[in-house]
Design a protein around this ligand. Structure first.
Ligand SMILES: [Zn+2]
Ligand SMILES: [Zn+2]
Length: 300
């Protein structure tokens, strides 16, 4: 167990856009940091996760628990590079990676791709073997982890064609934070997230999707995929209302970088179905758990 330098429990959104593309000056794909009960918990490892953690004041040496909701690249692409960078920064304590079936294959493949560098640094710099520092645990629905008053539970969500995609619930000392993962509108999430202090839910803006579709060559197919696999903002609000959560935090935003749409559009969409605490995600935004009011950034 690695104690965090922060005493407070907090959520930091490291990357908030849906999908793997990045654009100049735009947001990064989906990764989050949860500091809960003294644990440093990373949820999803998209491109940019390492820089995001560093910017959030985390020493990479304190990497502790990592959870992957599913193996789409906008959630897992930088998992290996994150751990490897932590290792070259002096990581010497075990890291546990929890992910769906296939995570172990990803990790082995990553290790193979950088075997030259790993072997040379062990000899040349006297580093511990990274292969011995990392344990990968593949999980399904139900209890994922129960350790030192921290409990983590998974719920399979609806993200076709991916079947191994899981919402995650983190609980410690009466605090509860739930991540929806990528999912179509999935009413059972409300039970799973019942009474959570924070629900981090993915969201699409309907009029933004229409513009995205209009700009894309294969528009009809894209629209069909998005609607079948992701949740409109108003439906994320419905889940929050049914679950009576303390605060709804929207992430994995689609679209995230269309200048035509801003925070006011997202708020207007969610306010049709949710009247409680609301935060529209953006990279680097911090939500303190003490009062589940956003610590910095604009609020609604
Ligand atoms: Zn995604
Ligand atoms: Zn996905």
């Amino acid at each position: 167990m690695v104690l965090s330098s922060h005493n407070s429990n907090r959520l930091v959104l490291l990357g908030t856009k849906g999908g793997p593309a990045i654009r100049p000056g735009g947001p990064w794909p989906t990764s989050s940091l949860l500091e809960l009960g003294g644990r440093t918990i990373v949820v999803d490892c998209a491109l940019g996760v390492t820089r995001g953690l560093t910017n959030a004041g985390i020493s990479l040496k304190q990497l502790d628990l990592i959870f992957i909701t599913h193996l789409h690249s906008d959630h897992v692409l930088e998992l290996g590079p994150l751990i490897h960078t932590a290792w070259t920064a002096g990581l010497a304590t075990p890291v546990k990676v929890f992910g769906p079936a296939g995570t172990a294959v990803y990790w082995r493949g990553f290790l193979q791709s950088v075997a030259f560098d790993i072997d040379i640094r062990i000899v040349d710099e006297g580093r511990p073997d990274i292969r011995d520092l990392v344990a990968v645990v593949e999980f399904g629905e139900g209890t994922v982890l129960s350790e030192d008053e921290l409990s983590v539970t998974a719920l399979r969500v609806d993200h076709p064609p991916v079947t191994e995609c899981f919402a995650l619930r983190f609980e410690h000392g009466g605090k509860r934070v739930v991540f929806s993962a990528d999912t179509a509108y999935f009413p059972p999430l409300a039970d799973f997230a019942k009474g959570a202090d924070i629900l981090v839910h993915e969201a699409m803006l309907e009029e933004g999707v229409e513009r995205l579709v209009a700009r894309t060559g294969n528009g009809a197919r894209l629209r069909e995929h998005l609607m079948a696999s992701h949740t409109l903002a108003a439906d994320a609000g419905r889940v929050a209302t049914a679950a009576k959560v303390g605060r709804l935090v929207l992430n994995h935003l689609i679209p995230a970088d269309d200048p035509e749409f801003g925070e006011a559009d997202w708020i207007a969409a969610v306010r049709k179905t949710w009247t409680g605490g609301l935060t529209i995600g953006r990279d680097g935004l911090v939500v303190e758990l003490a009062d589940t009011r956003p610590h910095k950034g604009r609020t609604a």
